[in-house]
Design a protein around this ligand. Sequence first.
Ligand code: AMP
Ligand code: MG
Length: 407
Amino acid sequence: MSHCDQPGLRSVEDALEHLLQSVEVAANTQRVALTDALGRVLASDILSAVDVPPADNSAMDGYCLRYEDFNAGAQYPVSQRIPAGTAPEPLQPGTLARIFTGAELPSNADTVVMQEDVTATENGVVINTSLKPGQNVRPAGQDIRHGQVVLAKGCRIRPQEMGLLASVGVAEVEVYSPLKVAILSTGDELIEPGNPLQAGQIYNSNRYTLIGLLKGLGMEILDLGIVPDDLEQTESAFIRAAAEADVVISSGGGSVGEEDHIKTMLEKLGQLAFWKLAIKPGKPFAFGSIMETPFVGLPGNPAAVFVTFALLARPWLLKMQGATGYLAQEVLVPAGFSTRKTGGRQEYLRARLLETESGPQVEIYPNQSSGILFSACWGNGFAVIPPGQVVAEGDPVRFLPYDAVLN
Ligand code: AMP
Ligand code: MG
């Protein structure tokens, strides 16, 4: 906390480390068809039972031969025709075989000449180019070797991993069962979209942001709706959440106003590990447990919910889900903006990375208030400004793309 002018507030890095250290990886697994595996986390290593490709094959439409037989200007007889999907005969010495892209090379053949480099005459085929041994051949196992670990336990399956698993003949995988995450939106002022607004009300947006974020992580949602600002009802809602879900996440009610009951509830039903962080937006972030069930209390302000979920709840949940790759990668990009010296909190400005005539640049949304959810929709990432830093235009700033912190 050396450069922190709000002593007592835990840094974002500290909080994340604490969250991650607390994690016990969920143990339940299930088998799913490969078609249902998107976004799921592998519960075991996957070893390939085959070579990919399984045999040497041609990278071109053309003719294959044994390199040793190559004589510039010679006329070769064509001894067989090998379309993709057929099993070739061994190549007769001194001949060529007509071959097509993806077709298996016959034994004895080791080199392919593309069809554009030959002249087919009545007396045979003449090769009009020099050759290198092995050219235009995709060797067996060049992608994956038999016995190789193709994907490790903890890998989250993306579309390319689905394809990779299929390429080694895997039709089903053992994955962790989805975490069941209870979500609660606290606040007497909240009403669900689809209803007319009455005086004093606002629409519940956090619920939908959280549903989207959790669905993006492939998790199961126990949606407990709106919890009124009342201690008794807060307690009963959180008791149910903790009993029925693996994890509890709420929004709002985490300040110290008379209408904020999260802290009191937690002191009664569970434990508060820490509360309030040196982060902007998102200071009222709580972490602890309710009846042994891990709990994160997000702020109420919608942009703060988005930021703190992306930065803190996401890696925590992913680790609990058994995933290994949950830490996001930042890049340094020249700032297209300037800031005054930040206070004691690390700022996550809603920003966008764009290509300008002078190269890539990060711009920020003009209104960075924690209640402005539009800021999160405007851009494509966060500009991360450490406590006490001043940014001048052109300075390199840390940029965290949404791609790295959502889904
Ligand atoms: P709180 O932490 O409960 O004091 O909430 C802080 C601010 O966020 C208040 O302006 C709330 O009205 C707003 N807020 C809390 N929960 C939600 C929600 N679910 N959707 C939209 N705004 C919310
Ligand atoms: Mg509230």
